[in-house]
Write a protein that binds this ligand. Structure first.
Ligand SMILES: NC(=O)c1ccc[n+]([C@@H]2O[C@H](COP(=O)([O-])OP(=O)(O)OC[C@H]3O[C@@H](n4cnc5c(N)ncnc54)[C@H](OP(=O)(O)O)[C@@H]3O)[C@@H](O)[C@H]2O)c1
Length: 245
């Protein structure tokens, strides 16, 4: 059993719940943070009973940038690692007509993550250890008409994580970019996802846990997604423009 804590931001996400369970199973104490604290409290009890670890819950709103410094300062213990799981797919069509909706997609997936991670990175950099995991998306690998607002925010987040990894490398702090591909969660409920390309939250959790232990840089949960995205990235623009992706 370790005294280490793992902070999970957006902890009600299905991937986050599975990842919290994986780290709790390995003996980590868990800090669950999100907006819906009632749900967090239920999961905290579950983790505590099942794995015998300490679990604390915190209110956290990725969009309330001004609260982020106090949120981190007030944690009961500074975590060994942080996992940024919050995100918002949003409605691309609606966002094309309403910038308020577009802004919530951009701010949830990009600005909110940058705001809290800059605070945490400074602490980890000073003490010279820790791990940071950001759940980004293959949607960020190339902008497509079906979801380019979400995709561009995730592209920004992937580039941000790449820069953060570069900055923190010399201090021993690792930064893992996760590109899950399709995952069966609340976010994708109702979408008709191809079974072979769709991971479970538990598969994501296992890949994250192993990725952290091996200090990996970037991972595609189902390796076939690396191939798919390599093809999509390399499609010449004159062909890409004509696809229905
Ligand atoms: N599902 C997929 O196919 C897929 C694929 C690629 C990447 N991803 C990414 O993977 C991550 C997890 O996704 P998921 O599918 O597990 O999503 P999910 O089950 O829909 O959960 C998303 C979570 O984000 C939290 N959230 C949203 N806005 C927030 C805010 N302002 N402040 C704090 N938390 C906020 C919500 O928690 P509260 O409502 O409790 O605050 C919610 O539990 C996301 O970053 C998503 O973009 C998902």
């Amino acid at each position: 059993m370790t005294q280490d804590w793992v902070l999970i931001l957006g902890a009600n996400s299905d991937m986050a719940t599975a990842t919290a369970r994986r780290f709790a199973q390995a003996g980590y104490n868990i800090q669950l943070a999100s907006r819906n604290t009632e749900e967090l409290i239920k999961e905290a009890e579950n983790l505590n009973v099942k794995y015998g670890v300490e679990v604390r819950t915190f209110f956290f709103d990725a969009l309330d940038f001004d609260s982020h410094a106090a949120f981190y300062a007030n944690l009961n213990a500074k975590p060994s690692g942080v996992i940024v799981a919050f995100g918002l797919l949003g409605d691309q069509q609606a966002a094309q007509h309403d910038f308020t909706i577009a802004k919530s997609i951009i701010d949830t997936n990009y600005s909110g993550a940058v705001s809290i991670l800059e605070i945490i990175a400074e602490d980890f950099e000073r003490r010279r250890w820790g791990f940071i995991v950001g759940i980004s998306s293959v949607a960020g690998d190339r902008g497509r008409k079906s979801n380019y607002l979400y995709g561009s925010a995730k592209a920004g987040f992937s580039a941000y994580l790449s820069g953060l990894r570069h900055r923190l490398f010399a201090t021993g702090v690792s930064v893992l970019t996760v590109k899950p591909g399709f995952v069966a969660t609340k976010m994708t409920a109702g979408l008709d996802l191809p079974e072979k390309l769709t991971a479970t939250p538990q598969e994501v959790a296992e890949k994250i846990f192993v990725g952290v232990k091996k200090k990996k840089n970037t991972l595609y949960v189902k390796p076939v997604w690396r191939l798919i995205m390599t093809i999509i990235i390399h499609l010449p623009e004159c062909i890409f423009k004509r696809t229905k992706l």
